[in-house]
Design a binder for this molecule. Structure first.
Ligand SMILES: Nc1ncnc2c1ncn2[C@@H]1O[C@H](COP(=O)(O)OP(=O)(O)O)[C@@H](O)[C@H]1O
Ligand SMILES: [Mg+2]
Length: 240
């Protein structure tokens, strides 16, 4: 993480209501360049809505989003979130498409080389030519991660990337995410798996009823009884 005190990503008073339901309420925080920020909170606490506001997939009712000091609140969708791979395309082509349409896209030959390197990073280069539809869940997650990286986002937004994986697969995914973290990318990670959050995140913010209720270092936040009981729900079974 850089020592730069001004956040690469700055959220200020973000608010979003669906009808009478306040899904996100005056949430403010900064994410430093190179930081992995974990977002925790029970189901319905507004995590996905908050990511969508940051990504530009939803328009905020109030508040601001700034990226590197620039107000991007009203811009259309601008960061890449994990989406399901296109099932008919090969693993490589899924990544290649993302690389060709991402930030600072190179020519085809370089894009193909970089895409193969990304498949290597996520440990699935051996399946480069397999159609995504033929891959296992874990293999598709690897392709998703490679695709997200291929767009070279300033901030990578991950919404429960470990959902549905078994413990062995979580370990494999953690190794990938550690490598991504060590590459200096900035990440906002929504994840219920407490072990993963503890292993990866520099800082944690806990949402409840759309509000930012607790933030701090993972070990401090995760040790708070009210967080364990009230905000993590069933994930508290993961606490050791
Ligand atoms: N498109 C939508 N329309 C109406 N209500 C929504 C919509 N998206 C989310 N909500 C509601 O907003 C609240 C926050 O949802 P969400 O952001 O998905 O929470 P989380 O990701 O933390 O589980 C929930 O009460 C949910 O039902
Ligand atoms: Mg969600």
């Amino acid at each position: 993480m850089s020592g730069d005190r001004q956040g690469l990503l700055q959220l200020e008073g973000l608010t979003k209501a669906f009808g009478g339901l306040l899904a996100v309420s005056r949430v403010s925080f900064d994410v430093a360049e190179g930081e992995i920020l974990g977002l925790l909170g029970p189901n319905g606490s507004g995590k996905t809505t908050l990511l969508n506001l940051v990504a530009g997939a939803l328009r905020a009712d109030e508040g601001r989003v700034r990226l590197a000091g620039r107000d991007i609140t009203s811009l259309p969708a601008r960061t890449f979130q994990l989406v399901r791979p296109l099932s008919k395309l090969s693993a490589l082509d899924n990544v290649l498409v993302a690389r060709l349409y991402g930030r600072d896209a190179p020519g085809f030959t370089a894009a193909r080389r970089e895409s193969l390197q990304l498949l290597d990073v996520v440990g699935i280069r051996g399946k480069a030519d397999a159609p995504a539809a033929h891959l296992t869940l874990m293999e598709r997650k690897r392709v998703e991660i490679a695709r997200a990286l291929a767009t070279q986002p300033r901030v990578l937004l991950l919404d429960e990337p470990l959902a549905g994986l078994n413990p062995t697969e979580v370990d494999a995914a953690l190794n990938i995410f550690r490598r991504i973290r060590d590459s200096g990318i900035t990440v906002v990670l929504v994840e219920h798996n407490v072990r993963a959050v503890r292993a990866l995140c520099h800082r944690i913010i806990v949402l409840n009823y759309g509000q930012n209720v607790v933030q701090g270092a993972p070990d401090d936040v995760l040790a708070r009884p009210e967080v364990i009981e009230a905000y993590l729900g069933k994930a508290s079974a993961d606490f050791q």
